[in-house]
Design a protein around this ligand. Sequence first.
Ligand code: MG
Length: 326
Amino acid sequence: MANISVYLNPHASQAMHTFQAEEIKKYFFRQELRFMSPSSEAELIELIQKDKNDGVECIFSIGGDGTAHTIAQNLVGSKIKLLVLPGGTANDFAAQMGTNSNLRKLAGIFHARTTREVDIIKVNDRYLITNGGVGIAYKVAQEVNKFRKDIKFFKNFLKSAGKNAYSLMFIKQIIMAKFEMLEVFMDSPDMPLFDKKIKSPLILVNNQPRLAGKFPVAPQTRNDDGKFNVTIFLHDNKLDFIKASSAFLMGKFPENDKKIIQFETDTLNMVSLNEKDLDFFGDGENFQPSKELNISLIPKSLVVYSSNEDIVLCPSYSLDTIPAIK
Ligand SMILES: [Mg+2]
C-alpha cells in the first residue's frame, strides 16, 4: 500500500467535473489516499512539506499545467513520484507523459509503476516543466489567466473551447495588439547566431515538442536528454510573423522559414537591452518580470508516472500481474 496525497485544484478549468474523489478511490482502493484542495499556494507548499516529512510516496496532481507547475516547484530533486491527472486547459505536461482523463488507464500506469525521470528547466529561481518564453505568447498567457480569475463567462469559454482557447487568444493577440519586438542580448554556448543582440517578437524555451496542446514548436525536443530547446523568431513585421504562426496553428512546423532559429542547449542567459523587463511565461503561468533571465537545466530531477516509450519498468513487473504496491 502506498501513501498518496491527492491535490485537486478547484480552479482548474476541467478538474472538478472530470475527476470525482469517489471514482478515484474505486481505482486506487488498495492505496492510502489523502485528498486535499489547498486554497492558496502557501497552503499547498506547507502540505507538500508535510508530505515529505511523512514519507508520502506519490502525489497526484488534478488540474492543469499550472497545478503541476506549482506542485513541481516543491518536488524537484525529491524521490516523490508525480502522477498528473489532467483537468486544465492545455494539459501539455500530461500529454507529454501520456496520461489522460481515463481513470482505468491512469490506474494501469500507476500499478505498472512505469515512471520517467524528467529534466526540469530553471528560470531564475523558478522551475519550468513544459514550455515557456518571452514575447507575444506572454500576453496570451497573461490574458487567459486574467480572464480565468475575473470572469465566469470566460471559465465556460475555456471549458468549451478547451485546447483551442490558447489558439483563439493568440489569434486575437496578433491581430489586435501592436507588434512589439523584444531587444535582448542572448548568450549560450550553443547559439548558432553570430550577433548576440537579438530583436524578436517571440523567443521560446521548450522542454517538449508541443505548446498549448497543439502547436508543434519543437518537434524533436525531449524532456529527458539533458538539453532544452530554444526557438527564436526573427520576423520583424506582423505579416511575416502571422505567416509563421499560421503554420503552427495548423499543427505544422514551418520547415522552410529561415527566420526561425532553433538550437538545443543546457544554458541560456538573456538580458533586456532596453528599459523593459523580460516577462517570462512558463507552463501557462506568468513568472516574475526581470531584466535578466538565467536559464539552466536540472537533468532528470522530477519523477513522473508515464505511459510513453522509454519508460523505466520496475524489474519485478510482469505483464501477467498487476503488482500491489508495498
Ligand atoms: Mg531536452
